[in-house]
Design a protein around this ligand. Structure first.
Ligand SMILES: *Cc1c(COP(=O)(O)O)cnc(C)c1O
Length: 401
């Protein structure tokens, strides 16, 4: 595509952004399956290694297929915003989040975060970071005065780490206000944007400093590869400490997974439109079903974070959870009756996925601990897929009966 042509649609950018004209005229980006790159002569090798000449050196450091994925996501996270960001593709969402923590924090620093975090992130901050003398403080960041109190009380807090919407209760925190608050206390902000995707929410719009994704989920969209990305506004910092940590800890992605990700992202707008439309229909259906005690969906006014979500998101997303009146056994029976919807953890795929945290992901966690995170015995988590809505509802209906 001619770079001078101004794309005005997000979906057009999802299709064309990041694509480079290929020297052999292939229509699609090739899978550059090469670990290393060659030099015309020794002098060129010198120029490449010293950074005087741009070019690939070794695929742990960078690879053309991976570059296309990085540039596409950077374009989508800043579409319509006049900001430049740099993205570094990683082997997984966890690798991207680990690079973020290791590049920005040092012993003695603290991070302030909230209860509702992805399980892996929760373990990273509660098990790995303390070993490096980095402490995580946990507070209900939906309460802005509590957040301010916490920041005021401890100048060692260097980062505000947010995930919105978050797992599995779909809680949301206010990106606009928290990012302002962090700036007033000389604190950087980072946001895990996996659940929303850049189509629904662009944290850089609110001056957040770093955005992380598990590209495994909606960005890939088809459940075919694990991946992650870390994006940042401070280009020098991204090219410096972040690149260094990424290269030396070996958190690189690979060209095949990057290729799958690029193909998946081309339909992200269409998919998210349908995911969100279906999720709203499912939420209404469940809300009026006699076997269901409660529906957690940010699109419903009954959700405590409805207004926060609608302030910063285009649509309320594809994820919801609901509580069955019959508790643990009702959850197990419901899961066993599903005929089309898929019984699995994870999210972000075109098909509808359901999981029952009490008998699956959170089976071994004590009941009081689970309830602190909003996980009750009858809670079902759902990734509403893009199948035709009548089939999704029919399967839920027969499983609830
Ligand atoms: C899945 C997920 C991660 C971790 O990503 P992986 O690709 O599995 O390493 C992080 N944050 C959120 C919100 C996720 O859903």
């Amino acid at each position: 595509m001619d770079k001078s042509f101004p794309l005005t649609g997000w979906g057009s950018a999802a299709i064309h952004a990041g694509h480079r004209k290929e020297p052999l005229y292939a229509h699609q980006v090739p899978i550059y399956a090469s670990s290393t790159y060659v030099y015309d002569d020794a002098e060129q090798g010198m120029r490449r290694f010293s950074g005087k000449e741009e070019g690939y050196i070794y695929s742990r450091w960078g690879n053309p297929t991976m570059t296309e994925a990085e540039e596409k996501i950077a374009a989508l996270e800043t579409f319509g915003i006049n900001k430049e960001v740099k993205g570094i593709l990683h082997a997984s969402g966890m690798a991207a989040i680990s690079t973020l923590m290791l590049a920005t924090l040092k012993p003695g620093d603290k991070i302030l975060t909230h209860y509702s975090l992805y399980g892996g992130t929760n373990e990273l901050v509660s098990i790995i970071l303390p070993g490096l003398k980095i402490e995580a403080l946990i507070c209900d960041l939906r309460n802005l005065s509590k957040a301010e109190e916490a920041l005021k009380a401890d100048p060692a807090i260097k980062m505000l780490y947010l995930e919105t919407p978050a797992n599995p209760t779909i809680q949301c925190v206010d990106l606009v206000e928290l990012s302002k608050l962090a700036k007033r206390h000389n604190c950087i902000t980072a946001c895990d944007n996996t659940f929303a995707t850049p189509y629904l929410q662009q944290p850089f719009r609110y001056d957040v400093d770093f955005v992380a994704h598990s590209t495994t989920k909606f960005l890939n969209g088809h459940g075919t590869a694990i991946g992650g990305i870390l994006l940042g506004r401070d280009i020098e910092f991204m090219n410096g400490p972040c690149t260094q940590v990424h290269r030396l800890m070996g958190g690189n992605s690979n060209p095949f997974d990057a290729f799958l990700l690029i193909q998946g992202m081309k339909t992200l707008e269409l998919r998210m439109e349908r995911h969100c439309h279906n999720a709203m229909e499912v939420a209404h259906f469940l809300e009026s079903h006699p076997a269901v005690a409660k529906v957690n969906y940010t699109g419903l006014e009954s959700h405590p974070d409805h207004y926060t979500a609608m302030k910063q998101m285009r649509y309320p997303g594809a994820m919801l959870s609901f509580e069955l009146k019959g508790g643990l056994q009702a959850g197990i029976d419901f899961m066993n009756k599903l005929k089309m919807c898929v019984r699995t953890v994870s999210l972000g795929t075109v098909d509808t996925l359901l999981s029952h945290p009490a008998s699956m992901t959170h089976y071994r966690i004590p009941k009081e601990e689970k309830e602190k995170y909003g996980i009750t015995d009858g809670l079902i988590r759902m990734n509403v897929g893009i199948e035709n809505i009548q089939d999704i509802i029919a399967d839920l209906d027969q499983s609830l009966s």
